[in-house]
Structure formats: structure tokens, C-alpha cells
Write a protein that binds this ligand. Sequence first.
Ligand code: AHG
Ligand code: MN
Ligand code: MN
Ligand code: MN
Length: 336
Amino acid sequence: HAADAMHTDLMTITRFVLNEQSKYPESRGDFSILLSHIVLGCKFVCAAVNKAGLAKLIGLAGETNVQGEEQKKLDVLSNEVFVKALVSSGRTCILVSEEDEEAIIVEPSKRGKYCVVFDPLDGSSNIDCGVSIGTIFGIYMIKDAGAARLEDVLQPGKNMVAAGYCMYGSSCTLVLSTGSGVNGFTLDPSLGEFILTHPDIKIPKKGKIYSVNEGNAKNWDGPTAKFVEKCKFPKDGSPAKSLRYIGSMVADVHRTLLYGGVFLYPADKKSPNGKLRVLYEVFPMSFLMEQAGGQSFTGKERALDLVPKKIHERSPIFLGSYDDVEEIKALYAAEE
Ligand code: AHG
Ligand code: MN
Ligand code: MN
Ligand code: MN
């Protein structure tokens, strides 16, 4: 009857995080407050993305960022929204954004104990054609309370206390891990609340999809070329894998997390460290993959073991279903 249709015990992301917080009696709720500000930023960007075409928010902003990329209007707007939301939360001390050349040191009166690294708008090349894009974030605790120093954000990804992304696609989905599993929340625009829709996400152990920009194939190294060849022409008579590549990391990773398979952004002769940025793309997605039972490899080591030296450092990345990444690790090991 009607009551079954309407779910009345709504698990919102706010309630979910407060439940998590209650596991730590000494917690003063700082993380919950920080997360509520990140969620606010995601809701704002979601609204902006949904009306981008109508509100003249597509196209170039006319600037170039530290990555040497032409910034889109939505890159700049999203960045402003998240910087303002994070600083005003009073719970952060250092911010690293893809769109800011230098780390942002929060003024002492507004400082808290968290460092947030983020990609305010991921998949910018897909904005103008309305294909899914997203926001990616990772959260560290600062090493020592008083000072806000750069080494507080140059920590290996395994030190992150939380990571997540928000995908602005056919629905607005926020996927989060605070270190005990992965949960997905879908924005109900009529309530303005993120509702738990994907509890305890676990990635399939093996997948049937590989996700890579085949346009870079001429520049790949041996192991990557061998793995992709095997996906297309399996020797053991198993069916070939499907290729799915959206070009927004958030969308490719979200599909990989839910359906299984492997996402690759390998090194190549042009860019020996690949393209994806360690702090705010590789680490958060690797953290989520491990929390969901998958894994993430750089071609040399476990991605979360990397110790970044610069805030916009890049790394090759192979992430997804545990068994699929194992195959890639074996191919790189054989090369050594
Ligand atoms: P961003 O838009 O934040 O700069 O990130 C774009 C990244 C990532 O989203 C995606 O996986 C990758 O660029 C796609 O790169 P190619 O177009 O070279 O395949
Ligand atoms: Mn960019
Ligand atoms: Mn990105
Ligand atoms: Mn970006």
C-alpha cells in the first residue's frame, strides 16, 4: 500500500555522517561540519551544471590554469564555491585545488584540523556537450595542530581520513568513504538532501570492461600495450572485454566501481607520469577503490603508498576490480 511506496525513514548523508561520528564519543563534530560544507558545494555546483547551458555558464573563462589548461567558466565558478565553503567551515587549514597554483593556507582565525585536496570540476572537456562531470575530494588531518605547513598535504594517500566524489550526471550522486567502506547518496532535488541509495558498495572482483583512451596507444609502454591487447584478443578463448571511455574520471570510475572492470590512465612517451594528478584525482579514487574491495596501482607501486613531492604531481594509474589490476601488476613485474 502507499506506505511501501514512500520510504519514510530517510537516511540522509547528514544523518549518516552523524551516525558515523557517534562511533567516536570524543569527536566534537568537526568532520561532520566539514562534510556538510563539502555537500553544500556539491549542491551548488550540481545546480550550476544543470542550468549551465541556459545561464551562459558553458565555454571558456579566458584564463589558463597551472596545468596549462584553458579554464572553463564552470572550472572557475566551482573552484570559488568550494574554496569559500571550505574556508567558511572553520575546519580546514590548507586547501589544494587543481585550479590554484599554490596551496591555500587558511587565515589563522578560521583554521581547523583538516586539509582538503580537491578537483572542483573534473571532466571539463565534457561540460559543453552535457556529458557527466564531477568533483573529487580527499581529506587529511594536519600533522601538528598549530602550524599549517605544506608537508601536511604532501602525505601518502593511505593517510587520508576520507575521500569522495560527486558526479553531475543523469542524477547527482555523491560517493563517500570515511575509512570503513563506501556509500553512495543520490540528491533528491525536491528535498535538497542526499539520500543513501548505494549502501556499502563493493566492486566486483573481476570485470568485463576496460576503460582507457585508445588514442594514446602508440605511446604506451609494453605492459600496458600487452594488457589492452589481452582485453581485445584474449588468448584463453574467453570473451573480449568491452571498451567504455567517457573522458571524465569521475564517470569512468563510478561505472567501474558499480559494474567492475579496470580504468587506466597509463604513462606514455609524451607524459611519463601520465596525466592524472596524485593528490586530488589518483589518491581519492584509489582510497575509494580499496575501501570497496578493489585496488589501485601506479605501474610501480600501490597508489596510496606514493609520497607526493609537489602538490600538482601526476602519476600513471591502473584501478578497479582486484583480479583485473592483479593481471596488470603481473605484466609490470615481468618487465622488471
Ligand atoms: P580535469 O577536467 O579535472 O582536468 O580532468 C580531466 C581528466 C579526467 O577527468 C579524465 O579521466 C582525463 O582527464 C581524460 O583525459 P584524456 O582526454 O586525455 O583521455
Ligand atoms: Mn583540468
Ligand atoms: Mn580532473
Ligand atoms: Mn578539474
